[in-house]
Design a protein around this ligand. Structure first.
Ligand code: GTP
Ligand code: SPV
Ligand code: MN
Length: 597
């Protein structure tokens, strides 16, 4: 045990015990040095785990392909393992800890034979900040090690911190046989432990991300009075130079990354607006001594969706992924650059698709659908520091003060472009009743909504009824809680076309939100909240057809009364655990909708 580069007894013992279980050929401690990273990259190239991309066009960039049935988070194989089922609540898969350990042990036993076990000490948040949490991931995947080096602060500095503090999340991962029938993503919040086996896909295996920073952290946040949320964080520099920060929760693939780094439209840019990106996926928030809510992005990288990323939708991301980026499941072009559906430039005449097969445009699957070059959930892993709009406060151990919290989802017809909730409790209700509809393909199947409260349905590490209670309590801890808003970029017309152009134009809505936070404009009081007066949304340089903005801001009582049914059904599953404040909000909303104002 003397060869371990740490004095931390708990860490040494745990690594030794897990090595005994998994039987790796050797153990390598990740120190975070460039030399070690380069060596890992070289080995990964030799083993065909990575493909080197064109060093001129894409310096320091690699391509990785996952197994064909290992391309997204597997929520049905993801479990919260608490002593009591009730602690996990009705919305999580649950397994008893003993049974879970036993089941996974059978898969982990000897799983690393002939492979190296990498020990990755990592910090979510700046090393040593009181916002931060330390984890140590053991993995037999070089791809995981290399991704963790982008996504987290990993290596020597964290080990040194672990000489001072003993608290860390034990994260064990093995690819094992990459067999979907022997795949388990297990969380033991009561043991501060994560076990993931049988997968090589991002959210399942980069254990600092969804597993630690949301599922385990949400559980810690409940105990320690803070919030771990599926939110982007962005700074909006106003014309006078003052920067206001907002945090926004949208479900997966509903636009967090795009909003976090938007480039102002010309019409607003001339006023002096500028965006500062703090984070695109996860926000940890605490009440500080000033009674306000402060947030950090615990990550140091983006793990973003590739398809649809181009210079029009997201120029800052196009710039970000030009170097030191790991691409997963995209198309490889003949010139060793990459492509995906909705990328810049022309559709390539050929290449190798995400499954490693020869590809050319026009190929059809057996079912007649086009063969995709890149998987729809293909991703890139890139350092936040590469982003032209990166905030200068990323390393600030204190984080940034949050002026507004924004919830949103895809709603074809229900939710207006934006509304402001009446107060914190009503805002929590708006978050708890968040939902997203399927897109144009499902037009007509109205009412088919998937509830995803606070965009946390797949990520809350405990009973969501307690999570709602925690949100309510957090409001009481703040002298000046942020205002809570709801947005919907996805309202459609009768033909299923989006009414709002979205993307950079969303800044017009953010401007109104900040105007409301600073009491600069009035608003129209409706049954669901405050909705903008049309004249208060700056439309300079944006030509919307007459009547469209009115339609975007419309609140239809009949639709909302219908919506109440879905809310009631969703709330009912929590039985007596649901905070009565949320039923109270439900009732007062119904009363407001039924009144004739
Ligand atoms: P995760 O990484 O899965 O958490 O996703 P995300 O929330 O970061 O979503 P992302 O920004 O990657 O956007 C997903 C998709 O939403 C994109 O491919 C866009 O097509 C679409 N999208 C993003 N913003 C807008 C918008 O303002 N309007 C419209 N119509 N579509 C948008
Ligand atoms: C999401 O699905 O919300 C993601 C991608 O951000 S993953 O890290 O795979 O969860
Ligand atoms: Mn996400």
């Amino acid at each position: 045990m003397t060869k371990f580069p740490t004095h931390n007894k708990k860490l040494k013992e745990w690594v030794a015990r897990m090595a005994k279980l998994c039987q790796p050929e050797d153990i390598v401690w990740i120190n975070g040095s460039d030399t070690q990273r380069a060596a890992l990259e070289k080995e990964a190239l030799t083993q065909s785990e990575l493909i080197q991309l064109n060093p001129e066009g894409l310096p320091g960039c690699f391509l990785h392909r996952t197994a064909v049935d290992d391309v997204a988070r597997t929520e049905h194989l993801t479990f919260i393992c608490t002593k009591k089922k009730h602690t996990a609540g009705p919305t999580n898969n649950w397994m008893a800890p003993q049974a879970a350990y036993k089941k996974a042990k059978a898969i982990f036993r000897g799983a690393m034979r002939g492979r190296t076990m990498y020990v990755i000490p990592f910090s979510m948040g700046p090393v040593g900040s009181r916002f931060s949490k330390i984890g140590v991931e053991l993995t037999d995947s070089r791809y995981v090690a290399l991704n963790m080096l982008v996504m987290t602060r990993a290596g020597e500095a964290v080990l040194r911190q672990l000489e001072k503090e003993d608290n860390f999340t034990r994260c064990l991962h093995s690819k094992a046989q990459l067999d979907i029938n022997k795949r388990l993503i297990l969380h033991f919040p009561e043991d501060n432990t994560i076990w993931s086996v049988g997968s090589g896909y991002g959210g399942n295996v980069l254990l600092g991300k969804k597993c630690l920073s949301l599922r385990i952290a949400s559980y810690l946040g409940l105990r320690e009075h803070w919030l771990a949320e599926h939110m982007l964080i962005m700074g909006i520099e106003e014309p006078n130079g003052h920067i206001e920060y907002i945090a926004a929760a949208f479900p997966s693939a509903c636009g967090k990354t795009n909003l976090a780094m938007l480039v102002p439209p010309e019409g607003l840019k001339v006023k002096g607006y500028r965006i500062w990106t703090v984070g695109d996926d996860i926000s940890w928030m605490r009440v500080d001594s000033d009674g306000a809510l402060w947030a950090i992005n615990p990550e140091t990288g983006f793990f973003g969706v590739a398809p649809g990323t181009n210079s029009e939708t997201n120029p800052n991301m196009v710039e970000t992924i030009r170097k030191n980026t790991i691409f997963t499941n995209v198309l490889l072009k003949d010139d060793k650059t990459v492509w995906w559906e909705g990328a810049d430039g022309e559709i390539p005449s050929g290449g190798i698709d995400w499954q490693g097969r020869p590809w050319k445009p026009g190929l059809k699957e057996a079912n007649g659908r086009p063969v995709l070059g890149a998987h729809p959930n293909s991703r890139f892993t890139a350092p936040v520091a590469n982003c032209p709009s990166v905030s200068f406060r990323l390393e600030q151990h204190h984080g940034v003060p949050i002026s507004a919290i924004v919830f949103g989802g895809r709603r074809q017809y229900l939710a207006p472009l934006v509304y402001e909730t009446f107060n914190w409790q009503h805002g929590v209700f708006a978050g708890a009743t968040m939902a997203s509809e399927r897109t144009a393909a499902q037009v007509g199947e109205l009412g088919q909504v998937r509830r995803d409260p606070m965009a946390m349905l797949p990520f809350c590490g405990y009973n969501m009824a307690d999570y709602f209670r925690h949100w309510l309590n957090m409001g009481k801890r703040m002298a000046k809680p942020p205002k809570i808003f709801h947005v919907n970029w996805f309202r459609t017309d009768e033909k299923g076309e989006f009414l709002w152009p979205g993307f950079r134009e969303n800044l017009r809505v953010l401007e109104w939100i900040l105007d409301r936070c600073n009491a600069r404009v009035g608003a129209s009081k409706t049954a669901i909240g405050y909705v903008p007066y049309q004249a208060d949304i700056d439309m300079t340089g944006l030509d919307l057809a007459p009547g469209v903005l009115e339609k975007l801001l419309e609140v239809r009582k009949d639709n909302w009364l219908e919506e109440l049914k879905g809310i009631k059904k969703f709330f009912s599953q929590f039985k007596k655990d649901l905070p009565c404040e949320l039923w109270q909000e439900y009732k007062t909303l119904r009363e407001r909708l039924k009144s004739h104002e």
